[in-house]
Design a protein around this ligand. Structure first.
Ligand SMILES: Cc1ncc(COP(=O)(O)O)c(C=O)c1O
Length: 394
């Protein structure tokens, strides 16, 4: 989108506000569909956080296959609103919420629980027995790699390999109210780390080498786990892997039936620097310039939307439009004031709008009640985010 066009569309809009460029979103949907080569896509709701957009993705993606929710409360809410095939991506120990699911046939048939420890299974089994029902389990297998002096991955699941999985299945065999229905392995170090970061040639090379070693190991681990399940005559509904950044490598594993994708739809800026794909920035936000402390520095109101995770500079928002704005190192994006330097051609002045991108996809929706959808340079519709529906899950 062009700066001039955005400025004229939003001449009278109260700032700050968030914009979803539907043309860019459509292009990203197409690109992701092409990248996934017909493999099913499970949509990561944490990276969308807007019901309208979730339904839009379901309608537009030819191979969408359910949802990955981030909390049980969210999964229940989605189920109440007609969403089915919901994989809870992370374990839960919220007893009242589990009761709510297992006492309700509609929720129970739609929701898969994530587990990796006996404690998770024990609790689900106990509550399922109380309600004389069965619950569906998905086991999370750790997909990290360890190289000399480097832990390449994330700390989540306690199931590190096929032997761990075998022993979890064995030790839970007396629980008669749970059923193994899914396997997930999230290769965060492939899906979530860019290998084409500008100005980081050496690091990009190292990441590339680590990624290719890890991809091989992951494939072996996942297929050994699938063998354990087959040996135990367990038939799964799905085998899940990946994320936006790993579609190409995850789909090489024939045992994986579906790939989770979220961030690539809005294309937040942490996903700009990958060698295997390029999507379009679809979600961004506008701030208004309220001060001009020097001839080349402008200060906008608000905008300090820092992303979660290890807080290095990459978690800061990025300037978007007009091109050439630069955040000030000592201040960054501030709680109420965001100064930036600009020496470009636009005759910026107090009262003008300027545009930024968030580092992570869904987190921006926690800052705004609505998304303004723009298509073909016109406002198409305004839709509520989760926050706009009074939903704050994490
Ligand atoms: C379990 C799991 N699967 C998949 C993903 C990938 O989601 P995205 O495409 O938004 O990066 C994530 C992201 O953190 C995740 O936690």
């Amino acid at each position: 989108m062009e700066y001039k066009v955005l400025k004229s569309i939003f001449k009278t809009q109260k700032a700050p506000f968030a914009i979803l460029d539907m043309n860019a979103l459509d292009d990203n949907i197409q690109e992701i569909t092409k990248r996934a080569q017909g493999r099913n896509i499970r949509i990561a709701t944490k990276s969308i956080r807007c019901r309208y957009v979730l339904n839009y993705l379901l309608e537009k993606l030819p191979h969408s296959f359910g949802w990955m929710a981030f909390t049980l409360e969210e999964a229940i809410w989605l189920s109440e609103n007609g969403f089915t095939n919901i994989l809870l991506g992370y374990p839960t120990y919220e007893i009242d919420l589990i009761e709510q699911v297992l006492s309700n046939e509609k929720h129970n048939s739609s929701i898969y629980f994530m587990v990796d420890k006996l404690e998770h299974i024990e609790l689900l089994n106990e509550i399922a027995a109380k309600h004389k029902t069965h619950t569906k389990l998905c086991v999370d297998v750790d997909m990290s790699s360890t190289f000399p002096g480097i832990y390449f991955g994330v700390y989540r699941s306690s199931i590190k390999n096929a032997a761990d999985l075998k022993s979890l299945i064995r030790s839970s065999s007396s629980f008669s109210n749970v059923k193994w229905k899914g396997l997930m392995g999230y290769e965060a170090q492939i899906a979530g780390i860019g290998d084409n970061v500008p100005g980081a040639t050496m690091m990009n090379k190292i990441i590339g080498v680590l990624k290719s070693k890890s991809i091989k190991e992951i494939a072996e681990r996942r297929s050994a786990c699938l063998k354990v399940l087959a040996d135990n005559s367990i038939e799964l509904d799905f085998v899940n892997g990946g994320g936006t950044g790993s579609i190409e490598s995850t789909l090489k594993e024939s045992g994986v039936t579906e790939i989770t994708v979220g961030s690539g739809f809005y294309q937040s800026h942490l996903f700009d620097n990958y060698s295997n794909f390029k999507h379009k920035p679809a979600l961004f936000y506008a701030l208004r310039i309220v001060r001009k402390p020097t001839a080349t520095i402008f200060t906008a109101l608000g905008g300090g939307y820092i992303a979660s995770g290890a807080t290095d500079g990459s978690k800061q928002p990025q300037t978007f439009l007009p091109k050439g704005m630069k955040l000030i190192k000592n201040e960054g994006a501030g709680e109420v004031q965001t100064p930036f330097e600009y020496r470009g051609k636009e005759p910026l002045k107090i009262g003008d709008l300027v545009f930024f991108r968030h580092a992570k996809a869904g987190e921006l929706c926690e800052r705004f009640n609505e998304l303004i959808l723009v298509r073909a340079n016109k406002i198409e519709q305004i839709v509520p985010t989760y926050r706009g529906e009074n939903k704050c899950f994490l």
